[in-house]
Design a protein around this ligand. Structure first.
Ligand code: HEC
Length: 122
């Protein structure tokens, strides 16, 4: 069962990466949508804000990530970072993100992008 072996290796790698990226306790960081809104500046060029199209829709398929479940966004980003998902661009981006950054971005996108008023601890 090759899959079971490589699967647990990826899981372990994710745990190790998470540990170095987030020195202060917290296993699952709580996302702050206001911080996420600032971080999302580097995503908007491709993903846009929910509802808007990017400039070159016919060249690349950029999935719409606004309004998706925060858990889904975090797990997708972790999958790019671990290599489980292999898209080169998103891998490069995700590998620059800490767990906290992913949580912030997920909080921001998960609530639809712009309604970032009261973000702390839902
Ligand atoms: C250079 C363009 C580009 C930038 C910048 C970019 N993305 Fe992406 N993103 C893509 C593409 C293309 C895909 C589809 C990749 C695939 O097919 O796996 C994608 C996929 C995703 C997915 C998976 C969506 C799904 O439905 O499974 C998430 C989540 C995501 N990006 C989040 C982000 C976040 C958060 C940022 C900013 C930190 C970001 N992206 C910046 C191009 C980009």
């Amino acid at each position: 069962m090759k899959n079971a072996v490589s699967g647990s290796f990826i899981g372990l790698a994710a745990i190790l990466l998470g540990t170095t990226a987030v020195p202060v306790s917290a296993q699952a960081p709580v996302g702050d949508a206001r911080v996420g809104a600032q971080r999302a500046a580097m995503c908007a060029g491709c993903h846009g804000i929910s509802g808007l199209r990017n400039a070159y829709p016919e060249v690349f398929h950029f999935p719409k990530i606004g309004n998706q479940y925060p858990e889904y966004i975090v797990s997708a980003l972790q999958a790019y970072r671990s290599g489980e998902r292999s898209h080169p661009t998103m891998r490069a981006i995700a590998s620059s993100l800490t767990d906290q950054a992913m949580a912030d971005l997920a909080a921001f996108y998960g609530q639809g992008g712009l309604r970032a008023t009261t973000a702390s601890g839902k």
